[in-house]
Design a protein around this ligand. Sequence first.
Ligand code: 5GP
Length: 209
Amino acid sequence: MHPDHLTGRVGQVTNQDTDGHRPEPLHTDSKLGRVVVSEEALVTRVEELGRQITADYLDRPPLLVGVLKGAFVFMSDLARAIRLPVEFDFMAVASYGSATKTSGVVRIVKDLDLDLSDRHVLVVEDIVDSGLTLSYLRRNLLARGPASLEVCALLVKEGLQRTKLDLRYVGFNIPPDFVVGYGLDIGERYRNLRRVCVYVGEDQPRPAS
Ligand code: 5GP
């Protein structure tokens, strides 16, 4: 059985896709605030990133390392925008500390299957907030001896990074609100939203301090 918010059986379809054929999965609650990145902007920017990565990696197709779960939607679109024989691997991490504040101490919940030695690794991240998760990941992956390691982050929250980040590719710089959609969730919801929106529910995480 499908939840109503996916089948479109409840509410009115007000958020049609730009071509009018594929309606946005309906999320009929009122916890979605303003659109931070539209579907159209995502499509355009992901294509641009794909072109840039294709040009940069022409002679050394990268191994894409996706950070689960949030990056799976971005990674899927980005990979198809890269015109090279890329390979894929995934890892899942969990942050120690509260659910809403990154402590910087990260536990690997699912490790990579592949050996990174001499590989050109491109880490694909959904969102960088404090940057602590990414800086842990970078250290951890670099210790495995890749030929190169770069990061492609779809979203970077302005001004919140507690550590200097070296991000080769960035999709969008966004304000420091809690956002959902295009892979990003709250309590596993909204990942299939086709745009990125501010989450305005009362249960929204407080900003990291
Ligand atoms: P950082 O270590 O950079 O503070 O946190 C990165 C992780 O926190 C992301 O990979 C993501 O899982 C989560 N995160 C940070 N900001 C947001 C947000 O606005 N929305 C969602 N859904 N997750 C976020």
